[in-house]
Design a protein around this ligand. Structure first.
Ligand SMILES: *Cc1c(COP(=O)(O)O)cnc(C)c1O
Length: 331
């Protein structure tokens, strides 16, 4: 074959913009659910604010991750689609990639921790993906997935640090702003920063004065530390009930956007997560997983400063085993 100069675009270096979120919204049209925005008069009275809750617990496969997973896979070429996809995840990204791959008729291999939630494991397998187990405290799942991708020529779709993934995640906040208009503050659940960075792109475009807050578990405040320091900080895998936010370090791309667009990072305790989980169950009749409660827990904590404001809260997901749900609420 004749050699020719090919301009290789390194996707890991590409910083997405709001245009990419709009393109993702187009790809997701008719595939992802347009999830409801709910209000609770009890909550509004308690907060003395108007709170708009974007319910991604009602998204396909039970979390916002479907948006980023599908967007990333849908963008692949037919040849890439044929080769298949590999991903790693403690749960929701696994299901998102597995379901997206099934919709797009692609083979999928997913690395999941041995102690992943049984319902998340079962759902991922039920979507037709091949699941390989790993130890979340001693093995580097990202390295395992990247190696397999290289060995077998698969497309590696990471859970957050990828332009197409985070652009897809940004469509949830886009829908929220399109539905309710501008907001004074937006609280977003935060692990590796895909949902937060995507939401920030939408917020800056649709509601430029909105304060954007990421919310992490207290036990794993790596993004808060990174945000304050101006560079990424790695911590040991945190022990928290928020299993979707047990990331040891924020992504490189997501952090670049978070640094530039986000106003602050809040933290909440596991006890506060359970309190928010109980509120959703008792008052709004919703099952929300602990990680999905980060945003409301932080809004409740910041109540004094939010008086009279229009506040957005994104519920990130609702996947939790019922036995675990009952056990946490009984605490
Ligand atoms: C993945 C996930 C998060 C964290 O999202 P990032 O994009 O990694 O910050 C939060 N909540 C739920 C339910 C998740 O599945």
């Amino acid at each position: 074959m004749q050699s020719r100069a090919v301009k290789v675009i390194d996707m890991s270096q590409y910083l997405p913009t709001f245009t990419d979120v709009l393109a993702a919204a187009e790809r997701l049209q008719g595939v992802a659910h347009k999830t409801p925005v709910l209000q609770s008069s009890t909550l509004n009275a308690q907060m003395q604010a108007e709170v708009f809750i974007k319910c991604e617990n009602f998204q396909r496969m039970g979390a916002f991750k479907f948006r980023g997973g599908f967007n990333a896979l849908a963008k692949l070429s037919p040849l890439q689609k044929q080769a298949g996809v590999v991903a790693y995840s403690s749960g929701n990204h696994a299901q998102a990639v597995a379901l997206s791959a099934r919709i797009l008729k692609m083979p999928a291999t997913i690395f999941m921790p041995h102690d992943a939630s049984p319902s998340k494991l079962a759902a991922t397998k039920a979507y037709g993906a091949k699941v390989i187990g790993y130890d979340r405290y001693s093995e580097d799942a990202s390295a395992l997935a990247a190696q397999l991708a290289q060995d077998q020529g698969l497309n590696f779709i990471p859970p957050f640090d990828h332009p197409d993934v985070l652009s897809g995640q940004g469509t949830a906040a886009l829908e929220l702003f399109e539905e309710v208009g501008e907001l004074d503050a937006l609280f977003v659940c935060l692990g590796g920063g895909g949902l937060l960075s995507g939401s920030a792109l939408s917020a800056k475009a649709k509601s430029p004065l909105c304060q954007i807050y990421g919310v992490e578990p207290e036990a794993g405040n790596d993004v808060q530390q990174s945000f304050r320091k101006g560079e990424r900080v790695r911590i040991p895998t945190p022990i928290t009930i928020a299993d979707g936010a047990q990331t040891p370090m924020v992504g490189a791309i997501t952090f670049e956007l978070i640094k530039n667009l986000v106003d602050d990072i809040h933290t909440v305790s596991d006890a506060q997560l359970i309190e928010a989980m109980r509120f959703y169950a008792e008052r709004m009749k919703m099952v929300v997983e602990p990680t999905g409660c980060l945003s409301l827990a932080a809004a409740l904590q910041a109540k004094a400063s939010l008086k009279g404001q229009r506040v957005g809260v994104i519920i990130s997901g609702g996947n939790i085993d019922m036995a675990r749900f009952a056990e946490l609420l009984a605490r």
